[in-house]
Design a binder for this molecule. Structure first.
Ligand SMILES: C[S@@+](CC[C@H](N)C(=O)[O-])C[C@H]1O[C@@H](n2cnc3c(N)ncnc32)[C@H](O)[C@@H]1O
Length: 265
């Protein structure tokens, strides 16, 4: 069996689009793993993988990228401030908290960006923010709790905002000490576990609609629909799109923002 056949035969079982992983560097990573396990061929590793759930999780974790950054897609953050958050807040009843879920939050860059945006522009909105952040990878969540990042993580964030909120400790930038406690962090696998409900906004950027197979994307889109409150927003990555057939569940407002279509509308 060759590498391409291995990908085709195994990755769809893991819910992953095999074509994304054809590159040489990923091939090298998998060969490294086979050597660790003392397996000599793609066929042997393929069988081991299909019989072993732990290995499936391990392979998924070495395949999917965990890189993120603050203010990723800076235009979206501008639009969140000017359009999307005012729109959602305008629909809340007095004193109702706003619930936002950052799924696949990597090392916390996205939820911390949202927290900073909130403090900058919405702290006096009369609503509390309930910010949830999850990732399948515990190491990412541990890094998020440490809240320490290299300068490169801030390249899209306006410098004056970084300087206002983060302290520079010899080239490593730290979020304020109280920030981690203002976010509810949890380990969550989007493929196998149902989402938390009651969200006004769900972020799922550069994950499900980047890596997962069409059929898994359809399943997850339906789950996001149920996990959002009426009028809730689903926000995906700049290059992500919802799968065909999602038109009954979400209407595209302005890419990458989708609005839930309520069943009773
Ligand atoms: C490329 S990062 C995207 C981070 C952030 N959403 C962004 O757009 O910058 C993808 C993240 O998804 C996480 N991930 C991969 N598979 C996952 C799964 N099945 N469930 C939840 N998170 C997953 C990875 O650990 C990684 O942190």
């Amino acid at each position: 069996m060759e590498y391409k056949e291995f990908l085709k035969a195994t990755l769809p079982h893991l819910g992953l689009r095999w074509r994304r992983f054809k590159g040489k560097s990923i091939r090298k990573r998998i060969i490294g793993r086979m050597q660790e396990l003392d397996l000599q061929s793609w066929t042997q590793y393929g069988s081991h993988l299909l019989e072993n759930e732990k290995e499936q999780h391990y392979l998924t974790s070495i395949l999917t990228v965990t890189i993120s950054r603050f203010w990723r897609n800076a235009q979206l953050f501008e639009d969140l401030e000017k359009i999307w958050l005012p729109r959602v807040l305008g629909r809340l009843s007095a004193g109702e908290p706003l619930q936002i879920w950052s799924s696949g939050c990597a090392s916390g860059e996205e939820p911390y960006s949202l927290l900073i945006l909130w403090q900058e522009s919405f702290a006096n909105s009369g609503h509390d923010l309930c910010l949830l952040a999850s990732d399948v990878d515990m190491r990412c969540l541990q890094r998020a709790l440490r809240g320490r990042y290299p300068a490169s993580s801030f390249r899209e964030m306006p410098k004056h905002i970084r300087e206002k909120y983060c302290t520079n400790e010899g080239g490593t930038f730290c979020v304020p000490g109280g920030f981690p406690k203002q976010i509810v962090w949890f380990e969550h696998n989007l493929i196998s576990a149902p989402p938390l409900t009651g969200n006004h906004i769900i972020f799922c950027r550069n994950l499900a609609y980047t890596y997962f197979t069409d059929s898994l994307q359809e399943k997850i889109t339906a789950r996001f629909h149920r996990a959002l409150l009426p009028g809730g927003l689903l926000i995906v990555g700049r290059k992500d799109h919802l799968p065909q057939g999602s038109e009954d569940l979400f209407r595209s407002l302005e890419h990458p923002v989708y609005e839930k279509i309520s069943n009773d509308a």
